[in-house]
Design a protein around this ligand. Structure first.
Ligand code: F6R
Ligand code: MG
Ligand code: MG
Length: 375
């Protein structure tokens, strides 16, 4: 008999901040908890948060893109939104882009990462949750976990990992995907994922077994809404051990905080700081961008955990470095490369300012400096 499949669905949304865009009010987490508790659809669930984003971590046996599960998440966020509005929390309902649920939560605002799997004899997973950044923030750590032997020694010495992994990459602008087989196509892959504002890793597969190894949320709110709403604050699910990277290999990339796009007004580069859930409330300049790693053992669909991995003092020095990088970048103020390049700020004030000043731009060859002096 075929082994039963279970699905892990991580669905997240910012439906109101406490205070400003920093955190989630405990009453909202309690409301989400009640909503999921009342449902008969789930095998298990956890409600948690990173910064101002509520994360619903759910297991069930209904597969990916199940309308009932998506509706449950939508209704939960809608109920929390009602409460957030009554409390006048900041930006209440900001990530719910539609008035009513339309069958699939993808494209409606919330971020979603789902993975259907047959549980192995032991199934350790790590769920990463980020605030104040975008889906491309996972590109560099995923590359290190699944393609870099300096990070993941398992690629060299575990025969089940030695053949490598496949990376599925999404072009966020053209909405196309392409698959790369690693290690042979590492250089081709890097041409694309080194540009995380446009290309992001959507999933990783084991070449040895064909099994799913990692899946990320790739929704880009601004591209969906056509205006600036906030960064997408993505999630990432990674399977660990026995043919996948060990838990420690999965956590290792975050020991060196890399620079990601997001932070204040979604318009700045900043260090990706690994923190515990308790430390996940952005403060300085609405940041720096944060990442939380929660470990679970799956047991017949039950979620044993979480282990709040970045609460460990082993990540103290990464936080220190992140804060040093933050000090340095902040000194650049409104200048690139702290501020994002203009193309990345397409949904902020740039188009308005450009329009307002368009009449004042004159042909540089026809406007000698003297005419400026006389004006
Ligand atoms: C970044 C973020 C915040 C806000 C900032 C301004 O993703 O959410 O940095 O952009 O606090 O917020 P508003 O425009 O709502 O006053
Ligand atoms: Mg917010
Ligand atoms: Mg957020």
């Amino acid at each position: 008999m075929a082994k039963p499949k279970i699905t892990l669905s991580a669905i997240k949304a910012d439906i109101g901040g406490f205070v400003g865009h920093s955190g989630v009010h405990p009453q909202l987490l309690a409301r989400a908890e009640e909503c999921l508790q009342a449902s008969k659809l789930l095998l298990d669930f956890r409600v948690t948060h990173v910064g101002d984003d509520i994360n619903l971590i759910m297991t069930h046996d209904r597969g990916e893109d199940c309308p009932e599960i998506h509706r449950l998440a939508w209704d939960t966020f809608a109920s929390c939104t009602e409460l957030a509005r009554s409390m006048k929390l900041y930006g209440a309902g900001q990530d719910l882009l539609a008035d009513a649920f339309s069958g699939n939560i993808r494209g409606m605002g919330p971020g979603i990462a789902e993975m259907e799997l047959v549980e192995r004899p032991s199934e350790p997973i790590v769920l990463f949750m980020a605030d104040k950044t975008e889906p491309g923030a996972w590109n560099l750590p995923l590359y290190k976990m699944f393609a870099d032997p300096f990070n993941t020694i398992g690629l060299v010495i575990d025969p089940k990992m030695h053949s490598g992994f496949r990376f599925e990459v999404l072009d966020l602008v053209e909405h196309k995907t392409v698959v790369f087989s690693l290690p042979e196509e590492i250089y081709d892959l890097l041409v694309f994922i080194g540009a995380p504002g446009r290309y992001c890793v959507r999933a990783v597969y084991s070449k040895e077994t064909g099994e799913i190894a990692a899946v990320s949320s790739t929704q880009r709110l601004n591209l969906m809404a056509g205006r600036y709403i906030g960064k997408d604050d993505p999630v990432l699910i990674v399977r660990c051990q026995s043919g996948f990277p060990a838990v420690g290999e999965v956590l290792e990339p975050f020991a060196t905080p890399h620079l990601v796009a997001g932070w204040m007004r979604g318009s700045h580069h900043g260090p990706f700081m690994p923190v515990s859930v308790a430390q996940s409330t952005p403060t300085r300049f609405d940041g720096p961008p944060r990442v939380v790693a929660l470990g679970f053992q799956l047991c017949d669909g039950k979620l044993l955990g979480p282990q709040d991995f970045f609460a460990d003092p082993a990540y103290d020095r990464a936080r220190l470095l992140a804060n040093e990088l933050a000090d340095y970048l902040r000194r650049l103020g409104p200048f690139e490369p702290h501020r994002l390049p203009l193309e990345e700020m397409e949904y902020t004030t740039l188009p308005e300012v450009r329009k307002r000043l368009s009449g004042r731009f004159v042909d540089a060859d026809r406007a000698p400096l003297r005419s400026v002096a006389k004006a």
